[in-house]
Ligand binder design. Structure first.
Ligand code: UD1
Ligand code: CA
Length: 464
């Protein structure tokens, strides 16, 4: 295999999006357009990846700052697709190998399609291989013009096409494999004598034909995969197509979706076999879910890890947290970032955890806030328990050792430690450490005043 250089054109404004944001930063199925294309390209093992940016170039560059190894080239002004590719000359012209040209606004494209294109390009020793498709509705696209022998002669843009040419259904996807040596000289000789007064990359094809360089095509069978985003309608339709693809792959991989059209799952999510997912569940970011889990309706799980056999009851929110095997959370539980629910532990309704470890088999079943806490194994947290972790300036830590019982409606005023197997009486406000095995009761002692209600009534009657 020769060296591969991926070039992605992303300089255009995307006027039809009617947006202050550059088109390539619009999101579908949880990632930006440009991220989808970069993820697809990443599987190809390219020697370099060059982005041609122009409109709002700095914003585009910033949005990709977490991705290493990208080269950026500015195209300003934007004089057409041929001109855009020419801007990469300084980076690529002296190199051997093949350029794979992609557009940033074609998000359904799959890596194996590109692998096929590159393999055919190499096998046929072509100077250019064009990915084409038979489109039911070719309007707006460049048409592939062939001679009587079937050889590609040129590509004509929709706006420059004759009536006869408009009747051609084989269209240019805009994706090509291009050999490096003849490429940049040819790009420099492009002219702008066309309807849009632009340097059309597509004119390269006629040029190569005259120079008797080999032009090959791969006619792809699935027009849907090559669709580009031009408007918000496209964005919504292709977003749904991406979700459909992910949902299908989960179901074929052994996951039950009770009401698939309402399940939102982003591409990076993994789900184990025999997990059952209820209606309206959202699984986003880098989330990994084990086997035989049950995720009930309306829960959102973002960038979190669930072990095997976990139950998530209805309407939970889990963000950047972990739930270990056989644990159960919800309904209405909220795991905020940095939480870890141990194996077989239980987190019940209206319980919020933040940066808190709840050890194996421990329970917090009702109405609790547990923040900045480390809780051991076999601990029982009563209803309404609150860790008072914030003093208005700083956050403080609470440590609850194994086997502890915290009575209902207690406040643990951090920093504080509850020793192993200790008890805290219900309704306590704990401000000091509790020794292992001890009992802390920190509430006013109850006094009963016999007959108080009747005497109060009498006092009121006298006044009247
Ligand atoms: C292009 C092709 C057309 C093909 C269609 C497929 C040309 C002349 N035409 O048309 O044959 O059927 O794609 O979708 O190539 N861009 C730049 N700089 C520029 C112009 C464009 O970076 O100066 C980028 C855009 O941001 C976009 C891509 O190139 O990502 C395609 O540009 P666009 O203007 O949408 O080309 P089409 O008219 O769709
Ligand atoms: Ca386009």
């Amino acid at each position: 295999m020769t060296d591969l250089h991926v070039v992605i054109l992303a300089a255009g404004k995307g006027t039809r999006m009617k947006s202050g944001r550059p088109k390539v930063l619009h999101e579908l199925a949880g990632s930006t357009l440009i991220d989808h294309v970069l993820d697809t390209a990443a599987a190809l093992g390219a020697k370099s990846t060059v982005l041609v940016v122009g409109h709002e170039a700095e914003l585009v560059r910033q949005s990709l700052s977490a991705r290493p190894g990208l080269d950026f080239v500015i195209q300003s002004p934007q004089l057409g697709t041929g001109h855009a590719l020419l801007q990469t000359a300084a980076l690529l012209e002296s190199k051997p190998g093949t350029v794979l040209l992609l557009y940033a606004d074609v998000p359904l494209l799959q890596s194996n399609t590109l692998v096929r294109l590159l393999e055919q390009h190499t096998n046929q020793r072509a100077a250019a291989t064009i990915l084409t498709v038979e489109a039911p509705d070719p309007d707006g696209y460049g048409r592939i013009v062939r001679d009587h022998s079937g050889a590609v002669v040129r590509i004509v843009e929709d706006r420059d096409a004759s009536v006869a040419e408009r009747a051609i259904h084989e269209i240019n996807s805009g994706i090509y494999a291009l050999d490096l040596p003849p490429l940049f000289d040819a790009l420099r000789s492009l002219a702008t004598d066309n309807a849009q007064g632009e340097y059309y990359l597509t004119d390269l094809v006629a040029l190569y034909h005259h120079q008797q360089l080999t032009i090959d095509t791969l006619c792809f069978e699935n027009p849907e995969e090559l669709r580009g985003v031009n408007t918000r309608v496209d964005l919504a339709e292709l977003g749904r197509a991406l979700l459909d693809r992910k949902r299908r792959s989960l179901m074929l991989g052994g996951v039950t979706l009770e009401d698939p059209s309402t399940t939102y799952v982003e591409a990076g999510v993994l789900v184990g076999e025999d997990t059952i997912i209820g209606p309206g569940v959202r699984l986003t970011g880098r989330t990994s879910i084990g086997a035989r889990c049950r995720i009930h309706a309306g829960s959102r799980i973002t960038s979190s890890t669930l072990g095997d056999d976990v139950t998530v009851l209805d309407h939970c929110v889990v963000v950047e947290s972990a739930v270990e095997a056989h644990a159960s959370i919800g309904p209405f539980a909220h795991l905020r970032p940095g939480s870890d629910v141990g194996a077989q532990a239980r987190v019940g309704n209206f319980v919020e955890l933040k940066k808190t470890r709840l050890g194996p088999r421990s329970k917090a079943n009702h109405l609790a806030y547990l923040g900045d806490a480390t809780i051991g194994a076999d601990v029982n947290i009563g209803a309404g328990v609150i860790t008072c972790n914030y003093d208005g300036v700083q956050k403080h830590h609470t440590l609850i050792d194994d086997g502890v019982f915290i009575g209902s409606d207690s406040q643990l005023i951090a920093p504080v430690t509850i020793g192993k197997e200790a008890y805290v009486g219900a309704g306590s406000s704990i401000t000091e450490n509790v020794p292992p095995g001890g009992l802390a009761v920190a509430r006013a002692r109850q006094t009963n005043k016999e007959g108080w209600a009747a005497s109060r009534r009498r006092a009121h009657q006298k006044k009247d």
